[in-house]
Design a protein around this ligand. Structure first.
Ligand code: PXG
Length: 445
């Protein structure tokens, strides 16, 4: 890159209201990054920091990868923007074709949006519209799960289950939403390597409690993250997702997998659906589709759902939904650059190659002070610390800061520290990451 100029230090941090950030604390002690390459950030004071979380679970191909940078650069000078509303440009169609190529069989259509939150709200609307077009318009209830994160918009917030994200908006949630229990149980399933052998029966709650309560004829869809991410990296028990699928099938309920984190190689396949061998009706994705270089999200839909919209709706627009930037040329270009990078470098296989080594790294933290769980699946993992009695989350935040000071970025979610490195990670980076995390946990004890 020839014209990369480090930005000037910001003169005033106040105008920018930062998202999901303790603004007061940040602005008192700001941490700024000015550049990134592959697995490392460069901070404003010239330090290199290893990105142990693909930043926000999204930079799957690593930072500033040449094909992605070049694709964006080229597109920006050729066609900066064209709408997808009754107009089109080739790249959006090509990006859709390429995503569909990676999708589970029978999901040959994709609706583009700009983020995971939009993907989730779009998927929920597709589910409602689909049932209505089939004459089952009473199917409006949506089932989410405790500790789920499905984005910040109203639909995703309502089916989500992270208490802090819901608390302030309780009265404004979508009506007609219920939640399954989450799958975590530290009393019986702590320090399990990979999926727990027990716990699939947690899925039965859908059939034994929620369906009798609401009646299946009123339920549109169940939405789950195959592996819950922002709620603390919760690995589904063996057989759990398959059982959810079977119950949904028995009752005509659509199953939505929110693959915003698990999509694009995190578990060693394009999608978690393929890793678990369970095909949902809709898949939401975002983040890794462009390796985060330009915002893009989408919803993959089962063929019959797309056909229903095209055949059963009145003449004209079949689905009154979309965004100004759906299928944006720069996002489409970035997606193509990212998908080329994944393919050329075999990055979706990295989690298969490194999963066992990563697992050993995660579980090497067992036995350190206050560690109450280590969990992992392929290239996704977490260590959980006991909360301080008077300050839940404080210990996690302190470990996170100590890691940062030692040159490693891992994300605290309360007292859970998550690991989700870019797929270009190598063993030596994992050694550094887990070594630094161990030091930091000891230092904070
Ligand atoms: N679904 C899932 C499963 C996600 O992880 C979204 C939807 C929303 O995506 P957008 O692109 O609208 O942010 C996400 C996002 C965290 C954290 O605290 C996680 C996410 C975003 C920001 C922070 O770890 N995931």
């Amino acid at each position: 890159m020839t014209d990369l100029r480090p930005p000037l230090p910001p003169q005033d941090l106040e105008p920018y209201w930062m998202p999901m950030t303790p603004n007061r604390a940040f602005k008192a002690a700001p941490r700024l990054v000015v550049a990134a390459k592959d697995l490392y950030y460069t901070t404003a004071d010239g330090k290199h920091v290893l990105d142990g979380l693909a930043t926000l679970w999204c930079v799957n191909a690593g930072h500033c990868r040449p094909r992605i940078v070049e694709a964006i650069r080229r597109q920006a000078g050729a066609l900066d923007y064209a709408s997808s509303y009754s107009l089109g440009h080739p790249l959006a169609f090509e990006a859709a074709r390429r995503v569909v190529e990676l999708a589970p069989a029978g999901m040959r259509h994709v609706f583009f949006v700009n983020s995971g939150s939009e993907a989730v709200d779009t998927a929920l609307k597709i589910a409602l519209g689909y049932h209505r077009l089939r004459g089952a318009g009473a199917r409006t209830k949506l089932i989410g799960r405790e500790r789920a994160f499905h984005g910040a918009n109203f639909g995703g917030m309502s089916v989500g289950g992270v208490p802090a994200n819901r608390k302030a908006f309780g009265g404004a949630m979508l009506p007609g939403v219920d939640h399954l229990r989450h799958t975590q149980d530290l009393a019986t399933r702590a320090f399990v390597r990979g999926p727990a052998p027990t716990g699939a029966e947690l899925a039965d709650e859908l059939e034994q409690r929620l369906i009798p309560l609401h009646d299946a004829s009123n339920i549109a869809a169940v939405i789950v993250e195959p592996v819950a991410g922002a709620g603390g990296v919760l690995i589904p028990p063996r057989g759990y997702l398959k059982r959810l699928r079977e119950i949904c099938d028995r009752h005509g309920i659509l199953l939505i997998f929110d693959e915003v984190i698990t999509g694009f190689g995190r578990l060693g396949q394009a999608f978690a659906s393929q890793y678990f061998g369970v095909t949902p009706d809709l898949i939401t994705f975002a983040k890794g589709v462009t390796s985060a270089a330009v915002p893009l999200g989408g919803v993959l839909v089962r063929d019959e759902i797309y056909r229903t919209f095209l055949e059963a709706s009145e003449a004209g627009v079949e689905f009154f939904h979309g965004y100004t930037y759906s299928g944006h040329p720069l996002a489409s270009a970035a997606a193509l650059g990212a998908l080329d990078t994944y393919a050329e470098e075999g990055l979706f296989d990295r989690a298969n190659q490194l999963g066992a080594y990563f697992e050993d790294g995660v579980h090497s933290l067992r036995g350190l002070p206050h560690v109450i769980d280590c969990r992992n699946l392929q290239l996704l993992g977490a260590v959980e610390l006991a909360p301080r009695p008077d300050a839940s989350g404080a210990r996690g935040m302190e470990v996170h800061v100590k890691c940062w000071d030692r040159g490693v970025f891992v994300r605290p979610m309360g007292d859970v520290l998550a690991f989700c490195p870019p797929l270009i990670v190598e063993k030596r980076h994992l050694d550094t990451m887990f070594g630094v995390v161990a030091e930091a946990i000891r230092a904070v004890a």
